[in-house]
Structure formats: C-alpha cells, structure tokens
Design a protein around this ligand. Structure first.
Ligand code: UD1
Length: 417
C-alpha cells in the first residue's frame, strides 16, 4: 500500500493549477444517464472516485471515450442495466447519484445502499422521500433501493436537512418529470449550480440553483451538451492552508475566491494576505498564524470538508480555537493522529478545543478518510522532521497528483510503495 513521506519545514512557494472539482464531476457524470445523446465534459479531474463512477456507468451500458483535449464524452444511448451493484457502491457513497437519473430515464433503478462511512451514518432517506413525493414506488430490500415509476411527476419537496447529493439527485430526476418540481431547503453549494448549468445546457429548465429554492420544469427529453467542470474549491482551500501554515507565498491558477469566501475570510483572520482574481488566487503568510475558531455548516458557511485542514493550522497557531462540526457526527478522527505529532486537542462531543503548540514533530500517522488525510499532509508539511502517512488511498480519491503539485511548490514530499 502506498504511503506519503514528508519532510516538513519548507515554506511553499510558486504556482500550481487547481483541478476540476470532484464533487461537481460526480453528479455531472451521472447527468449523462439522462440523455441518449453525448455529454462532453472538460476539466475532469483524474481521481479514483471519478474512475469508480466511470466503471459504474460503463457496466450500465454507457459508452465513455476520451476526446482530443483529454475531456470525456459519455453516451448513455445504450443504457441497458439500470443497476448500481454493492461492490462498486461500497467504495463511493456518491454512487447514490445514479438513482434519480436512472429512474427518470428508464422508469426503474436498483441501486445499492451506500452503507455507513467512517465520518458518520450518512443515510439517504431524503433522496428516497423526495423521489416518492414525485410518484416513485420505492422499496429497500436486501441492501438495495428498488425504485419504479412509469413517469415521475413534479412535486413540492421540502428537505428536512440541507443535503448536497440529495438536492442534486432530485434535481436530475425532476428534469425529466411531468410538471414542475420545487425543492425547498435546497443545498446552495456551487457544485449544485454547476450541475444546474449543465442540465440547462442539455435543455432542462432549472431555476433558482444557488438559492435554497430550486424550481425544475420537467421536459420530455434532454439533449447532449458541452460543459467545463468548475474548479475544486476544497483542493483550492487545502493548498491555501498548506501555503499559509508553512509561511509561504503561492499563486493558485484556474480557481476563484468567489467559491470559497468563508475559507478565505478565515485565512485572513488567521493573518494570511490573500488576493483573489477572476481565475487565480494569491496568498502569502508569515508563520505562525493566529488560531481561528469556526463552525461548519452548509454553504455559504464554512465547509465541513475544510474543517480537518484548519485543525492542522490551529495546532501550530498562536492562541486557542474552538472548532464545531455540525454536519457529520464523527469527523474528528484526525485529532488523535495530530496528537501523535504533538498537537494539543481536546474533543467534547462535536467540539474540538485546539491550543496552538510551538511546533509539531514528524511521526508515522494513519489517514482515516479523505479530508483527514489532507489535514495530515498539511501537518506533515509544517512538522519538524519526517512524517509518514499510511492509507493514502483515501487521498487519491479526492486530490489529483497531490504530491506532484506540492513538490512543484517546493515541498519535500514523495510517495513510497
Ligand atoms: C456532500 C459532499 C461531501 C461533503 C458533504 C457536506 C459530494 C459528492 N460530497 O456529501 O464532500 O462533505 O456534501 O458538505 O458532493 N443526510 C441525511 N439523510 C439524507 C442525506 C443526508 O440525514 O438522505 C445527512 C447526512 O448524514 C449529513 C447531512 O445530511 O449529516 C449532510 O449530508 P449531505 O449534504 O447529504 O452530504 P453528501 O451529499 O453525502
């Protein structure tokens, strides 16, 4: 199993390009199921989660080819198996995003329940209730969601909780339903907007994406389209934090501050200088930074996917910070690994009290989930001596060539087999 070896203490410097967003790419790949015409996607990130989703679509009968510019062309004209088997779904929860499109396009779907995951229970009840409100007959049997509907019909749906993939699933299903669907308490994440833009380019009638009320007027059929996947705001934020904790100076290209205001604000509060352009962000900082308290919540508030990286920042900052996680119930697993590096963290329920220490010392640590892995990379970059991170397959699910990009910024980091 691959590991990452980092020798900390080098301030990051230079320029790097940010990849397309994992959390936008996954629903966009599923959108291809809604039409028999080709969907061209560009800026597709090379990630294990993307490969898993492509394998899932291919076994359903979707034809996938690379275009001349390294984009993907998906053609679901030959879709013949509306099924997502457990073996593929178990490694990637986002596979549930095939449920809505399969049902809307073929009238049936058999999709494995994603099961629990390390950061919390993460049920899919809101996805199911929303589709039922649109007239689907749904049973859960032997670990599978079995759904049927001759044709979905528009409905007014209020979601109890703000759910990102739930909103996306229902939006895709509603695009081919009879009549108008209104999703209230919808997720406002930029990835939801990216999906809505692509659906509209395919001929859908989606309005209100980016607000908490989304209206979708169903159409008879959707056509193909060309769409460029938005920049990954979590990769952007992770590189900004890495540069800031090491007291570095970097320019991130192909991304924009407009998609991560809450993160940029917190970094400024910590003492980093940040300048945002239309297609780039520059950061410079002197370590140590000031500790920053935060509370995760749905967009536009501070993202749960950046909580772990900020914990690494707070570990070596001046002062103390209180960090509250409100989205997932078990998302502090990185704390005990950070303690192995010498961090001072107290956890009580969904709150972590982090007291900055003068320095972290390198050690062997274990990645427990995707963003926890990113947190350990950030900590390793600032720790004294060598940090060896085990189980980095989590990292490969969501960060494209992370060690190459960090090396480009001067970090001493390499993959060991
Ligand atoms: C998405 C992101 C993930 C991010 C998360 C929160 C993708 C592919 N993944 O995950 O990176 O961490 O948003 O920003 O976009 N819930 C229910 N019932 C449901 C659905 C959700 O109770 O049917 C709960 C979840 O357990 C969680 C909360 O709602 O506590 C939010 O989860 P949700 O927004 O659905 O997360 P994902 O869409 O899975």
């Amino acid at each position: 199993m691959d590991k990452l070896l980092i020798e900390g203490g080098v301030p990051l410097a230079g320029e790097v390009s940010i990849s397309g967003a994992k959390n936008a790419a996954l629903p966009l790949l599923c959108a291809a199921l809604l039409t028999e015409k080709p969907l061209h996607l560009s800026n597709v990130p090379h990630l294990n989660d993307v490969s898993t989703m492509l394998r899932l679509l291919v076994q359903m009968g979707v034809d996938v080819t690379l275009d001349e510019k390294n984009g993907l062309v998906l053609n679901a004209g030959g879709l013949n198996k509306p099924e997502a088997p457990y073996d593929m779904v178990k490694t990637m929860r986002a596979s549930i995003l095939t449920l809505g499109p399969l049902l809307a396009r073929t009238g049936q779907a058999r999709v494995s329940l994603p099961g629990g995951c390390a950061i919390g229970a993460r049920p899919v009840d809101i996805h199911i209730r929303g589709l039922q409100a649109m007239g689907a007959e749904i049973r859960v049997e032997h670990g599978y969601v079995l759904a049927k509907a001759k044709r979905l019909r528009g409905a007014k749906i209020f979601t109890d909780l703000v759910t990102v993939t739930g909103t996306e699933n229902l939006m895709m299903a509603a695009a081919l339903a009879d009549g108008v669907t209104v999703i209230e308490n919808a997720a406002r994440e930029p990835e939801v907007m990216d999906l809505a833009n692509c659906l509209n380019a395919m001929g859908a009638k989606v309005s209100g994406a980016g607000t908490d009320t989304i209206s979708i007027e169903g159409v008879e059929r959707l056509s193909g389209a060309q769409h460029r996947i938005m920049a990954d705001r979590i990769e952007t934020g992770t590189f900004l934090v890495a540069a800031a904790v090491t007291g570095g100076r970097v320019r991130l290209n192909g991304t924009t501050g407009a998609i991560l205001d809450a993160v940029v604000e917190k970094l400024r509060e910590a003492g980093a200088r940040i300048e945002c352009f239309d297609d780039a962000i520059e950061l410079s900082a002197e370590a140590p930074l000031n500790a920053v308290s935060l509370r995760t919540a749905p967009y536009p508030a501070f993202p749960t996917d950046m909580q772990a990286q900020f914990m690494a920042l707070n570990c070596v900052a001046h002062g103390s910070a209180m960090m509250t996680e409100t989205i997932f119930e078990n998302r502090f697993m990185h704390a005990q690994e950070l303690r192995r590096l010498g961090a001072d963290i107290e956890i009580s329920g969904n709150t972590a009290m982090v007291k900055g220490v003068p320095r972290l010392d390198g050690a062997t640590v274990m990645a427990t989930d995707l963003r926890a892995s990113a947190c350990l990379v950030v900590a390793g970059l600032v720790a004294r001596g060598e940090t060896l991170i085990d189980r980095i397959y989590h990292l490969d699910r969501g960060y494209e060539h992370i060690e190459e990009k960090l090396s480009q910024l001067g970090a001493r980091i390499r993959r060991v087999h």
